[in-house]
Write a protein that binds this ligand. Structure first.
Ligand code: ZN
Length: 95
C-alpha cells in the first residue's frame, strides 16, 4: 500500500458536503494525493487529510480574540481618535 494513484478513492473532508465523503484523486505530488474530487458533489479541492477547515464562525472568533489581545498588550482601549472630520469630508466629496 502507501502508493496512491490517480483515480484512487480515498476519504477526505468535503467543504460543500461538510462531512467526510469518498473522493477520487485527481492530482498527485510525489506519490501522495494533492487534489481530490468529491464523489458526492464533484467539487475539486486540495486534499486536506480528512481535516475539516475552521468554520467562518471560528475564524471570526479567533480574529476578535487576536484584536482584544493586541489591545490588552498595548494597554489602550480600542477607540476612535477625536477629530475624524477629514475622513467624512473626503468620503462625501468622493460620492
Ligand atoms: Zn462534496
Amino acid at each position: 500500500m502507501g502508493e496512491q494513484r490517480l483515480g484512487d478513492v480515498i476519504d477526505d473532508h468535503c467543504i460543500k458536503c461538510r462531512r467526510i465523503t469518498n473522493h477520487s484523486i485527481v492530482s498527485l505530488v510525489s506519490g501522495q494525493a494533492a487534489k481530490v474530487r468529491c464523489r458526492t458533489c464533484y467539487h475539486d479541492h486540495d486534499y486536506r487529510h480528512e481535516q475539516a477547515p475552521p468554520s467562518k464562525k471560528d475564524l471570526k472568533r479567533a480574529e476578535l480574540e487576536a484584536q482584544a489581545e493586541l489591545a490588552a498588550q498595548n494597554g489602550q482601549p480600542v477607540e476612535e481618535p477625536p477629530g475624524g472630520d477629514k475622513n467624512t469630508k473626503a468620503k462625501s466629496e468622493h460620492a
